[in-house]
Structure formats: structure tokens, C-alpha cells
Design a protein around this ligand. Sequence first.
Ligand SMILES: C[S@@+](CC[C@H](N)C(=O)[O-])C[C@H]1O[C@@H](n2cnc3c(N)ncnc32)[C@H](O)[C@@H]1O
Length: 252
Amino acid sequence: MWFGVVTLFPEIFTALQSGITGRAIEEKLIHIACFNPRDYTQNKYRNVDDRPYGGGPGMIMMTQPLRDAIHTAKESAPASPAVIYLSPQGKMFNQKTAEEWITKKNIVFVAGRYEGIDERILQTEIDEEWSIGNYVLSGGEFAALVMIDAMTRLLPDALGHKDSAAKDSLSSGLLKYPQYTRPEVLEGLAVPDVLLSGNHAAIERWRLKQSLGKTWLKRPDLLQEKKLTKDELNLLMEFVEEQKNGKCNSSN
Ligand SMILES: C[S@@+](CC[C@H](N)C(=O)[O-])C[C@H]1O[C@@H](n2cnc3c(N)ncnc32)[C@H](O)[C@@H]1O
């Protein structure tokens, strides 16, 4: 995938050079190109902010350098890109969005700063506005990092194990089952017997039940959006019964 990012702070994107995204860059699964509006200024002081018409607090990103940076980003993309403005006013980004966007292949993210961007740039340059949550960040860079990371791990070959991403929380509409590593007993708490049994069918069934149960306990809103099969419903009922009887994380 090709990501162009229009940003006043390209150095923030060096964070992507670590871990899974770092390996994806090395292996050319993703390419990240930054376009800094400051490089497109035509004023003596290389200013990139401007006063809002009508007065009021704060500054707005200066239109000319921002437009020029967006145009260069669009022209640099290998194919016509989707242009996305990161904004607290946008639609909410989630796992499903990440899954849909990896089919886009080319995306330009426009990271706002100050009080944001001129409304006419939204109308003429931006295809979609997206948010990462109901809070206000100081810049869109952090939202772009989140989105690029979430998409990268979904790309084929980005993760060490092929089906890791498919088993992540939310990818199936459920939270991930509880996970354990050594030692077998930690602070008096033992790993559920079933995980030591070597019985793969029983392990799968236990994991599905725990996924359903965890989702029911922590994110019941997700269950309302998911159509459960009869088997899943039965497993969830079993989990609920076990909870009532105080049998948490049992090996059944
Ligand atoms: C301080 S904010 C500006 C907020 C703007 N004055 C408003 O009330 O909508 C600066 C920039 O951070 C980015 N930003 C802030 N919150 C965000 C969020 N929840 N999701 C995505 N981007 C966000 C946007 O690019 C925004 O232009």
C-alpha cells in the first residue's frame, strides 16, 4: 500500500519504523511518503498558519501551502488515491474500516494542526473525513499513525503468522479469548486444563466460548451487532451459566 501524509511534522512518522510496520516498510509491503506544507510556502517567514475570518481564538492552516502539498501528494501516488482528512468531525474509524481500506491501495492522509483547515479545502480536496475517537487531538498525525498501523497488520505477509490478524479481537466481531504463556501456575492461578490437553477441537471450542463470554462481559454492544449461530448461542449460554456458578475461565 502507498500512504501519502500531508503533515507539518513528518518526524512523527519515524515511529512507524519500529515493529510490524517497520518490517512492512523494509519488505516494501507499505510505502510512506510525507509532504510538508512548510516546504511549499511562498512567504518570507515560511508561515503555515493564518488568521480565521470573523476573528476568534486560534489559527487555521494556511491555504496555499496546504493545497500545494495535497496536490503534490496526489500526483505522487502510483494511482489515484483516496484523500482522507483526519478530523474529530469525521466518521469513526474501526476494524471494519481498516479491512475495507486495504483494498484502496493508495491513500493520502491530511493531518490538520491548529484549529484545522479551511472549509473550502474540505469541499474541493478531501474525499472523506475520519476520526479515531470522541476526543480532540492536537494534530491528525496520531490518527494517521493509528490507521496506518491497523491497516498494515491486515496486509498479507505483514504478520509472522498468517492467521494472526484474523484471530485478533474485533476481526470476527468478538473479543479475543484469554491467552496464557509460561509458567503453568502464576500467583496461584493455573492455566486452564484444556489448553494443556493437546485436544485441538476442545481448545477451539473453549476459545470460542471464552471469546463469546468476554465480549458479553466487556463489550455487549458488539454482540448486538453480530448474528450468532445456534452453536455460538449455546456456548454463550454455557458461559453465562458458569459465571453464575462462579466457574470463571473453567476448562470446560
Ligand atoms: C486541535 S484539532 C482541531 C479541532 C477543530 N478546531 C475542531 O473543533 O473540530 C487539530 C487537528 O487534529 C486532528 N484531530 C483532532 N482530533 C482528532 C480525532 N479525534 N480524530 C482524527 N483527527 C483528529 C485534526 O486533523 C485537526 O485538524
